[in-house]
Design a protein around this ligand. Structure first.
Ligand SMILES: CC(C)(COP(=O)(O)OP(=O)(O)OC[C@H]1O[C@@H](n2cnc3c(N)ncnc32)[C@H](O)[C@@H]1OP(=O)(O)O)[C@@H](O)C(=O)NCCC(=O)NCCS
Length: 281
């Protein structure tokens, strides 16, 4: 019989074992963040005292996310992944979430469809190397910009996640930039250090400000010249795909953005140049 328990700080070893196995480049810092923003919403499945798999959630109110679903290879195909998903979904519904979203790898899509998730769009992944660029026009983000950053993010992402944005700013302020038209914020980018790369996102720009979006990307590149970059992009944002391809980024296997429940509130994908990340939007 499968049992479930809430993940705790002491489960870091199991988390890293699973993440290193699937190669998603997650770090102990990611674990801290996941538990900090969802202390009751990440679960481990076990049988006879042996931990077999995990799932994480993050809840922004009406809209919530599931990520980091992994089961040990030797126990796959026996329904543990589905049970973990149901457990996470029940938890999120019990907290009042109306929509649950995820980015599913193609192999896992049939499982999510069986659980009632509906396809939304392909969520593309790109990798590239940071090149040096002439002084970009974007400005380093300052703490006092965070109100406007959170306001623009809400307009595009459609769920309030100021706390998480502020958290990333606190850790990686040197990788956060803003773009302005007069005193109006029209875009921003945030990036964070992954295991062996720099993960970009959220990277957001108002419609019509593609040139500023490029400058935001170049600002991050200048901070990390020669390092590997990773970014996830909604397929519909052709402007972002064009920027990435012009800058030598290569496509990695895509994921499918899926939604369970009320799918009526959708992010403004034309403004999303880079997604926040598969486990947090
Ligand atoms: C996805 C995963 C957690 C499923 O765990 P599980 O205990 O085998 O799940 P279940 O037994 O409930 O369901 C099996 C379903 O998993 C999916 N699946 C099978 N192999 C998979 C793989 N290598 N990767 C991802 N999903 C897979 C299929 O939809 C399968 O259904 P099917 O047998 O009808 O094709 C497990 O395969 C895994 O850890 N994969 C690697 C990590 C991963 O890709 N996670 C999902 C990210 S979106």
């Amino acid at each position: 019989m499968t049992g479930f328990r809430v993940m705790k700080k002491s489960d870091l070893g199991f988390f890293m074992q699973l993440m290193d196995m699937v190669g998603w480049g997650m770090t102990p810092g990611d674990y801290d963040r996941i538990l900090r923003f969802s202390p009751e919403g990440c679960f481990i499945a076990s049988q006879d005292g042996r931990d077999l798999g995990m799932v994480a959630t993050v809840n922004y109110g009406d809209i919530s996310w599931i990520g980091n679903l992994v089961v040990l290879p030797e126990t796959r195909g026996k329904g543990i992944g589905a049970d973990l998903m149901k457990h996470a979904m029940d938890y999120l519904v019990s907290t009042g979430a109306k929509a649950i979203r995820l980015d599913g790898v193609p192999l896992a899509v049939p499982l999510y469809r069986r659980l009632g998730f509906k396809d939304e769009y392909w969520s593309l992944r790109y990798t590239g190397v940071a090149q040096k660029h002439a002084e970009p026009t974007s400005r380093p983000m300052q703490r006092k910009d965070l109100d406007k950053v959170a306001e623009l993010d809400l307009k595009v992402f459609k769920a309030p996640r100021r706390d998480i944005l502020e958290y990333f700013y606190g850790l990686y302020s040197e990788l956060c930039y803003t773009a302005w038209s007069g005193d109006q914020l029209i875009g921003f980018i945030m990036a964070k250090k992954g295991k062996d790369n720099v993960k970009i996102g959220p990277w957001i720009a108002e419609p019509g400000y593609g040139a500023e979006a490029v400058q935001l990307l170049y600002s991050v590149m200048n901070q990390r010249v020669g390092e590997k970059l990773w970014v996830g992009v909604p397929e519909a944002n052709k402007a972002s795909v064009d920027i990435l391809e012009r800058n030598g980024f290569a496509a990695l296997p895509s994921s499918l953005r899926m939604c369970y429940g009320d799918s009526s509130v959708v992010e403004k994908v034309e403004s999303v140049y880079g997604l926040g990340g598969p486990d947090k939007g």
